[in-house]
Each structure stands twice: as C-alpha cells, then as structure tokens.
Design a protein around this ligand. Structure first.
Ligand SMILES: [Fe+2]
Ligand SMILES: [Fe+2]
Length: 250
C-alpha cells in the first residue's frame, strides 16, 4: 500500500539549520523506503545560489521519487530562478503509477514576499490535473508551501494563501485526498469532508515553537485506514491522525 514521506522547511543556510538533523532524516527516509518523498518548501533560508547548491546535493541523496516545491524563503533574492536551475520546475506533477499516486506540486511563493498565492492559471492547471488523476483512478495529493487553512498554536494569522478560498474550492470540488504543506513549522492535521490537510514541521532547523522538536511526517495509506505519523528528531513517533480510507477501492 502507498507510503509517503513528507518533509518541509529544511532552511539550509540559516544559523538555525542543523546538518546532523538533515542527515538523520535522509538516512531514515532511505531506510524506510517510502514510495515517494514530498518536500514542501523553504529548502533554503535566503534563496542564495550556494544554499541551493547545498540543498540540491542533500536532496540528491534521497533515493526515492521526489517532488519539491518552493517556499517563501526559497523565492528571496531571485531564488525562484535558481530553484528552476538547480532543483526542478517550481510546479509540476509526479506520478508513481505503480503505487497509484499522483502528486501535484504548486508554487505558492511570491518573489521576496512571505505571503502565499497560487493564482488563477495554476488553479486551473491544478483542476485539470486532478481531473486527469480521477480518470486514471490515482490517489490525489496536492503539495504546496503555504497552508490553506489556518494552523492552531501559531499566533496571529499572517501568511495563509491570499487566494485560499478559491484554491480550497477547487480542492473540494475535485476531491483531492491529501493536501500537504509546511511554512508554519507546526505539525497539524485538519480534515474537511474527505480531504486531509496536513502540515509538516521543520525537518532540520531549530526554528521551533514552544517545546516542539524538529520533525517530518510519514503517511501510510492502508486499505481500511490512513495514518499520519509525526517522526520527531529525538527518534520518538506520534500518531498525528488516523482515519477511515474512503478513497481506495471505490
Ligand atoms: Fe519555514
Ligand atoms: Fe515559509
């Protein structure tokens, strides 16, 4: 059954970045061999070319199919251009047909701004890609940096997508299964109808809130249920959510 690793907010180049944390995460991911690894942005801290080179060399070490989208930090200092040069397209799809998965990655960043926006052309493209995934009977995963629904315990709401309502409408109409994001460095899970909105923490930085630890998520899609597991830097795990699988076997 499908098995997904969801990492976010590496913040390579920040003084809060801890190389050892990232090496441990990469080793662990390579050990558990997910069917796909999804990285929801802020891979760098300032979008600098040298930070991207370092990020690309780490991401290359992940031995699974991988999809990476940029975050607000990645789009600083024309980092959005560097992203396309050293990582890949800022938005695009990744199909893992063998495991029945399709990941649709969106670029929600705006150059040198912290807030997020997907925009109408990407929204229309996403709707089309979700429709195609349905026709192929694939599990539909959206990956973007900014959260669409506010995340609790993160203080004043600032950087929710400016077009969150429009994007949410397409997601609900087209019945996306998982919506993965980062940005707030606070793991969280929201369920709306049959769509799960999952936020990952920061995988390799100490930009943390309260007593949270650096972490990443793994998602097990079983025939009867879906389980989201929070994997903390101290080696402990916590079930972030477990819910009935109503998607597969329809
Ligand atoms: Fe971040
Ligand atoms: Fe961010």
């Amino acid at each position: 059954m499908p098995f997904i690793a969801h990492l976010s907010d590496l913040h390579i180049g920040s003084i809060s970045f801890v190389e050892e944390l990232l090496i441990n995460v990469i080793d662990y991911v390579n050990e558990i061999k997910p069917n796909v690894t999804i990285v929801t942005g802020d891979i760098t801290d300032n979008g600098y070319y040298l930070e991207y080179k370092e990020a690309a060399s780490y991401l290359d070490q992940i031995k699974t199919p991988i999809l990476v989208v940029p975050g607000n930090h990645d789009s600083r200092h024309i980092g959005d251009e560097v992203f396309e040069e050293l990582i890949k397209n800022r938005y695009g799809t990744l199909k893992v047909k063998k495991h029945g998965l399709k990941v649709i990655g969106l670029d929600s960043s705006e150059p040198d701004l912290d807030y997020g926006r997907v925009g109408r052309s990407q929204q229309n493209w996403m709707a089309e890609e979700l429709k195609k995934a349905d026709e192929e009977n694939l599990y539909k995963i959206i990956a973007l940096h900014h959260h669409i629904i506010p995340v609790p315990r993160t203080g004043r709401e600032r950087n929710v997508l400016t077009d969150a309502g429009d994007i949410l409408q397409t997601i609900m109409e087209r019945k996306a299964d998982l919506i993965l994001s980062g940005h707030k460095h606070m793991p969280h899970f929201w369920m709306m109808e049959n769509s799960a909105f999952i936020t990952a923490g920061t995988a390799s930085s100490l930009k943390l809130r309260g007593r949270e630890l650096s972490s990443f998520n793994t998602i097990n899609i079983e025939e009867d249920f879906i389980e989201i597991v929070l994997n903390r830097a101290d080696g402990t795990q916590r079930c972030l959510a477990k819910y009935e699988n109503t998607c597969l076997g329809d």
